[in-house]
Design a protein around this ligand. Structure first.
Ligand code: AMP
Ligand code: FES
Ligand code: ZN
Length: 300
């Protein structure tokens, strides 16, 4: 197979695009997909200070690399979750990448700064690990972005992640989640804008990007996420994609285009929730104390 762009031998085939690419043209294609997502969804503007949440995995490291290549002022943010060796190893990959690119990395260590780790937090709060972890990430990404004066937070969610979440929320018609599943969440009182610039690239493409650019990343999945529902949804969608290349992208992008607006709070007859400030940390919350501060109180 030949490269669609330069006719040299291809190193990767992307059935969804009905195309193969050589190394350099694949890297170019990946950057263009990110550039297109940024433009289509108005994610970033020249001069924005971007905080990229990096886990040490392929997606977020590749995202950071591409944003730097595209000329954005992008610093990294690594959260130490205290998940044993997994966290230590992912920190090592993240630091090595930052050093290699000469990029600035902000680090927040949950055990060091808040006195608990995610496995303990999940246990005492009687929450699923990924739920305690997710709420901590959301809170601390936002906190770090406000403290550092960043305009926007970028995460490494890719097309497979977003399609799997959409699939799960559609299977159960989780209307309130469907209303929030966008590649851009605009800034609102106390919340920094959030963007997902990898939505036009799949998991396999991100792994290929790292291999072809020599980015070392942690290959293992988080040990606490093993067996979670999303992995099952991803497998199911991969089965469909196998027979029908492009189905995953159509499912997600046609949802954004034709259906997402139907789930806006107003469209489903929900009142806008009133936000107050957490009496303990000042973060926006619906109650007296935010979910993160409640978690810290229980876990320590
Ligand atoms: P996950 O929630 O593990 O699927 O990760 C989704 C995105 O969250 C990743 O692509 C990263 O952008 C970000 N992320 C996950 N874990 C961390 C971490 N420990 N520190 C900073 N960002 C993270
Ligand atoms: Fe959050 Fe594993 S990364 S529970
Ligand atoms: Zn709080």
């Amino acid at each position: 197979m030949k490269c669609r762009r330069c006719r040299e031998p291809a190193v990767i085939e992307l059935r969804r695009h009905n195309a193969g690419f050589c190394r350099d043209c694949f890297l170019h294609h990946s950057r263009e997909q990110v550039r297109k997502a940024i433009d289509d969804f108005d994610m970033l503007h020249a001069g924005d200070r971007v905080l990229v949440a990096v886990s040490g995995g392929k997606d977020s490291l590749a995202l950071w690399d591409i944003l730097l290549d595209l000329g954005y002022a992008a610093d990294g943010l690594y959260l130490g979750l205290g998940i044993g060796e997994y966290s230590e190893e992912s920190a090592t990959y993240t630091r090595a990448f930052a050093a290699k690119r000469g990029a600035r990395l902000v680090e927040v260590d949950i055990p060091g700064e808040y006195g608990f780790d995610i496995p303990t937090g999940a246990r005492v709060a009687k929450r699923a690990p990924c739920s305690a972890c997710g709420l901590s990430k959301r809170h601390l990404f936002n906190r770090a972005a406000i403290d550092g004066g960043y305009d926007v937070i970028a995460t490494g969610h890719n097309l497979d992640d977003e399609a799997a979440v959409l699939f799960g929320n559609t299977l159960r018609w989780n209307v309130d989640y469907l209303s929030r599943q966008r590649p851009v969440l605009p800034a609102e009182a106390g919340f920094v804008k959030k963007v997902k610039p990898l939505v036009r690239l799949g998991e396999r493409e991100m792994a290929a990007y790292c291999v072809l650019t020599g980015i070392d990343y942690i290959v293992e999945e988080c040990p606490m996420a093993v067996g979670n529902k999303h992995l099952g949804y991803k497998e199911a969608l991969n089965g469909i994609e196998e027979h029908s290349p492009g189905a995953k992208a159509a499912f997600y992008f046609e949802f954004l285009d034709k259906a997402a607006h139907r789930f806006d709070a107003a469209a489903v007859g929900e009142a806008e929730v009133e936000l107050r400030t957490c009496s303990s940390c000042g973060a926006p919350t619906t109650g007296e104390v935010c979910a993160f501060c409640k978690l810290v109180a229980r876990a320590t």
